[in-house]
Design a protein around this ligand. Sequence first.
Ligand SMILES: [Zn+2]
Length: 126
Amino acid sequence: MEIISMKCPSCGASITTKTTKCEYCGSDIMVKSFQALSAMPLPQVNKYMATYRAAAAEHPENNDVNTSVGMCFLKLKKYDQALEYFEVTNLQDLLDDHCTLEAFSSAVDVARDDVNSLKRQTTVIN
Ligand SMILES: [Zn+2]
């Protein structure tokens, strides 16, 4: 997995995706499971997402970052956007590296169903 430099989503310190926790504030750097995110208050999710999106803009091929952005969008119920980010990630990597695939894939399934039903209703999501 490619190591990239980014800012700590919580305190803004310069860190890399090599570390799992920020050495300055102790926050998780990369959100890898939907469970971890579901316990997170929304203002913090927004903060994390802003950081991840900035990192994803600089490193569009980085699976870690794209997956984390996708999870944040899922949490915010922005399913269309979530799926855009998940499409560029390698699901096999998740399967190999983490034991969260079940939760992850069920979240994506729910998201897909929701997106499809919304599309059928031709509802505009903002
Ligand atoms: Zn920090």
